[in-house]
Structures are given as structure tokens and as C-alpha cells.
Design a binder for this molecule. Structure first.
Ligand SMILES: [Zn+2]
Length: 353
């Protein structure tokens, strides 16, 4: 059998595959898990879009099963799973943002996007880092070059504390290696998701999965970055809103309601008091609770990391907040950057609890 050559998946195709799958494994649907783009026919040189599917590492392992009693996840099953999942993603998008809004694929084709990868591994100190982040090309204008630097620097700010801690712990890991070699390793894996790309603004979130040697489970932290393109400027969530506005109350009121709705499965279930208290404190009107948010086509998305509004097993929660809820509280410059004049928004659309 001739050996199969791997040809890098072109950036635009990779972007489309990930978009269609909402950067989520099409078999298990577990959001935020690190994933890879799988070649369904197992020919790594066949980068036809129909041959590609987003799979997490666990599900990908199931495609590699050989012999034994386990049933392998084969090409026919993957195609079925992918068709079903991408349909769900598209219909959810239409429901949340309206079919008329600029979809992410339209936005992405507006500029060429490359995904840069960092892979670093040290056997002596026992750690590994893999990270991926976007880079916009061509860098025809100086400002886009600066935007790219801003993104790269943001990722480095996540990597550096992990690396220095991993190096400091190398003696500890050497000890641990004697008893449980597989747990004597620190790892960091960073993936990203672009939520808004316009001529004026970029907004994205990064998920950093950290496993510290000896820990019971990995932890996930969310980092969000919003950049103004001209002139390049990082915009912190708190600076998007008018200081005199009640924006924290507007966001909190909406998010608490939405988290309660998610928890009760649309009201079918009553929420336990301890869980409700957890929501009220983790999503309360406090600036710290609203540091992790990204802009999207018709609103913004707030991330609540594990332990913020629920336990580790519940994982991260997200709430999409429509612009009608907070548009009036934005600063005049944010309204201009988002071209809000063209959007219809009014205070009365705020959900009541
Ligand atoms: Zn999976």
C-alpha cells in the first residue's frame, strides 16, 4: 500500500468545516473540547470538504479501533453524525441570530484567515503546550499587522504563567514519575473561536484546558479578546459600556433569567435553592462576572466558567444576550463601531424575570 501523504488543509476549507460544526465534535457534541479535523476516508491528502469532520480526541480514538469486540466508529457513521449535527448547528444559529444576520461563514470569507499553531514539549521538565490562534492576511495595512501581534501577545499571556509554573514544578513531577508516570505531566491546550470579524472589530474567545500533574481532572478557563482594528486597540468589556448606564444590571438580569431557564430545562424542572444562589452570585451585577464576553452578529455572549454558576461537572455555561437588551448602554463609539444605528433595538425588549 502506498504511504499516504498529509497535505495541510487549506485555511479557508478548515475554517468552513469548523464553522459548520460550530467548533464542536459532531459525534458527542461536547462543547469546548479540543478537537481535530478528521479525514473520513482516512486519506490525509483528500481535503475535499465532504471528506472532513470535526471530532474530539476521544471520538477520534474510536475511529482507530482495530479488531477486538469494540465496534469501530466508521466512515458511514461519521457521515451520518456530521449531517445531523451540522443541520442542528445551522438551525440553532438561525433561531438565535435570525436568518438575516451576517453569518460567520460570510464574515470569514471577507478576509483570509490562517490558523497558527504553537507546539512545545519538554520531556525533562514534563510539560507540553499546544495552542492555536488566528492570523489575518494579507497584512496590507499596518493596522492588521498590529492586530495580529495583539492576538499573538494575548495568547502568550496565557501561555507564560503556565510554562513558568510547569518548570518550577519539575522536581515535584520527577518524584511523582516514580509512582505514577502518566500523571507526572503538566499540559496546556488552547483553542479559539471567532465570534465577530468586521472591518471595525474582531472578537474571539480562547479556551485554555490545563492539566496539572497529579490533579484529578483538567480545568478549563475562558479568555476573551475584542480588538478595534483602526487604530488597533484592545477593548475591555467594561469599556464597551457607558459608565453611567446600568449595564451590569441589564446583563445580569438577562443572564440570570437565561441560566435559570437552562437549568430548569425551559421551566420543566424546579431549581434547587443552592443552585439558584450559585447563579445569583456568579451572574450577579458585578463587573468581575462580566469580564468574559465576546461580541457576535446581533448581540454578545457571556461565558461563565466552571465553578462560577455551577460545579466542575456542569462545566462552562454561556448566555447569548441580544443587542436589544444592552444596546442603549453602549458607549457612543461602540455604537458606531457596531453600526448600531442600522439595527433595531429598544429597551422594552429586555426580558423580565
Ligand atoms: Zn466527541
Amino acid at each position: 500500500m502506498p504511504s499516504k501523504t498529509r497535505i495541510e488543509i487549506p485555511g479557508e476549507i478548515a475554517a468552513q468545516v469548523q464553522f459548520n460544526s460550530d467548533r464542536t465534535c459532531c459525534v458527542c457534541w461536547v462543547r469546548g473540547k479540543p478537537y481535530q479535523i478528521h479525514h473520513i476516508d482516512e486519506d490525509p491528502s483528500n481535503n475535499d470538504i465532504d471528506n472532513l469532520a470535526v471530532l474530539c480526541f476521544d471520538c477520534h480514538n474510536e475511529t482507530q479501533l482495530r479488531g477486538g469486540f469494540s465496534r469501530k466508529l466508521d466512515a458511514f457513521q461519521i457521515v451520518k453524525y456530521r449531517t445531523d449535527w451540522t443541520k442542528r448547528v445551522a438551525s440553532k444559529r438561525d433561531k438565535e441570530h435570525g436568518p438575516s444576520s451576517l453569518s460567520r461563514s460570510e464574515i470569514l470569507t471577507a478576509s483570509v484567515l490562517r490558523i497558527l499553531k504553537i507546539e512545545e514539549k519538554s520531556n525533562e521538565t514534563g510539560y507540553s503546550i499546544d495552542a492555536e490562534y488566528p492570523r489575518f492576511e494579507p497584512e496590507t495595512s499596518g493596522s492588521l499587522a498590529e492586530v495580529n501581534l495583539c492576538i499573538a501577545a494575548f495568547v502568550m499571556r496565557i501561555i507564560q504563567p503556565f510554562r513558568s509554573q510547569a518548570i518550577q514544578r519539575s522536581n515535584e513531577k520527577a518524584e511523582l514519575r516514580k509512582t505514577s508516570p502518566s500523571a507526572a505531566w503538566d499540559s496546556l491546550s488552547i483553542s479559539h473561536r471567532l465570534s465577530l470579524v468586521t472591518d471595525e472589530l474582531l472578537s474571539m474567545d480562547f479556551s485554555a484546558w490545563t492539566y496539572n500533574a497529579g490533579a484529578a481532572h483538567p480545568t478549563r478557563q475562558t479568555y476573551t479578546l475584542t480588538v478595534q482594528r483602526n487604530p488597533p486597540l484592545e477593548i475591555n468589556p467594561k469599556d464597551m459600556f457607558d459608565k453611567s448606564s446600568e449595564y451590569l444590571h441589564l446583563l445580569s438580569e438577562y443572564c440570570v433569567g437565561e441560566l435559570r431557564r437552562q437549568e430548569s430545562d425551559n421551566g420543566d424542572k424546579t431549581i434547587e435553592k443552592t443552585k439558584d444562589d450559585w447563579i445569583l452570585s456568579g451572574a450577579g451585577p458585578n463587573a468581575k462576572n462580566y469580564e468574559r464576553l465576546v461580541l457576535e452578529g446581533r448581540g454578545l455572549r457571556v461565558f461563565f466558567d466552571e465553578y462560577q454558576v455551577g460545579c466542575h461537572a456542569e462545566g462552562r455555561s454561556e448566555v447569548f444576550v441580544p443587542v436589544a437588551c444592552f444596546g442603549q448602554a453602549l458607549t457612543p463609539s461602540m455604537k458606531a463601531l457596531l453600526k448600531l444605528k442600522e439595527w433595531h433595538y429598544q429597551g422594552s425588549a429586555v426580558r423580565t424575570l
